[in-house]
Ligand binder design. Structure first.
Ligand code: ADP
Length: 263
């Protein structure tokens, strides 16, 4: 296949002059593709062995036959297997999302139902340490991929729980205006220094790697959110004050939103 991929950059000078730069980015593009395929293949191949390990560990801990002093190592092995499984699943999901930035899915997802479901998941992670509320001015549907939208909505809500270790209120909010629909998650947790904010959606970027790991984070959550948004013509904004809390907002354009009454 000798299809070439060209990138063109046009800079205009005054009325009738322009500088046109054409770059052949085929090699770069192919390398990116190879990287993505490689990550997807590795993640996929790791799933089966992980399932086998997790299965045997469960049998061993459940059987009551493991020697006494094995309790701690077995617990740790189980915990690490769970971590590795979520890492592999996140890598696989990210690789799938990255293969296409095009419009995804024609599902009509009820925002209110999605938010209630996500709030339930956040409450079970919180275990009563936070007051998690849902406010949805007007029920709408988002046109897109139901599974991907769930990942994005849930990631923000679970992060709000993970990064407010002292508890406190968490508010999931939906509102619509002329610019579209907005889903926001506000917490009163540890907050984020502004210098980190532009980098949060990079793969494995963490403000505090120790804290992220402790709370079961893979460092891929916001990278997944970013790619889900790209596929829904949406974007994310973040407002945060260290020590006071953060608000993450997902902004969906008007053409992706339908009022539920007219759906
Ligand atoms: P992780 O699995 O580490 O949570 P994410 O991609 O979801 O990965 O988030 C990247 C980093 O952004 C986190 O490690 C954390 O430092 C920071 N972060 C995300 N959400 C919040 C939040 N609500 N409050 C404070 N920091 C946050």
């Amino acid at each position: 296949d000798d299809t070439r991929i060209l990138q063109m950059e046009v800079t205009r000078f005054g009325r009738d002059e322009a500088l046109v730069i054409v770059r052949d980015v085929t090699r770069l593009h192919n390398l990116e593709q190879m990287r993505r395929d490689f990550v997807a293949n590795v993640s996929h191949e790791l799933r089966t062995p992980l399932t086998v390990i997790a299965g045997y560990l469960e049998t061993l801990t459940g059987s009551g036959q493991a020697p006494r002093n094995w309790e701690r190592p077995l617990t740790q092995m189980s915990e690490q297997t769970v971590r590795m499984t979520s890492l592999v699943n996140d890598l696989l999901l990210l690789a799938r999302l990255e293969t296409s930035e095009r419009d995804s899915g024609r599902d009509r997802v009820s925002v209110r139902e999605l938010m209630e479901r996500v709030a339930g998941e956040a409450r079970s992670l919180s275990g009563d340490r936070h007051q998690i509320s849902v406010s949805c001015e007007e029920d709408c549907t988002i046109t897109g991929d139901a599974g991907e939208l769930h990942s994005a909505f849930a990631n923000l809500a679970l992060n709000a729980v993970k990064y407010s270790p002292d508890g406190g209120p968490i508010e999931l909010r939906w509102n619509t205006d002329d610019s579209g629909g907005h889903y926001s998650v506000a917490d009163s947790g540890i907050g984020i220094d502004s210098l980190h904010i532009p980098r949060l959606t990079e793969r494995f970027y963490r403000v505090d790697a120790g804290r992220s790991r402790e709370s079961g984070g893979t460092g891929l959550g916001l990278a997944i959110v970013k790619h889900v948004l790209l596929r829904h013509n949406a974007n994310m904004s973040v407002a945060s004050t260290p020590g006071q809390g953060s608000t993450f907002t997902l902004n969906f354009p008007p053409h992706k939103i339908t009022a539920a009454s007219s759906a």
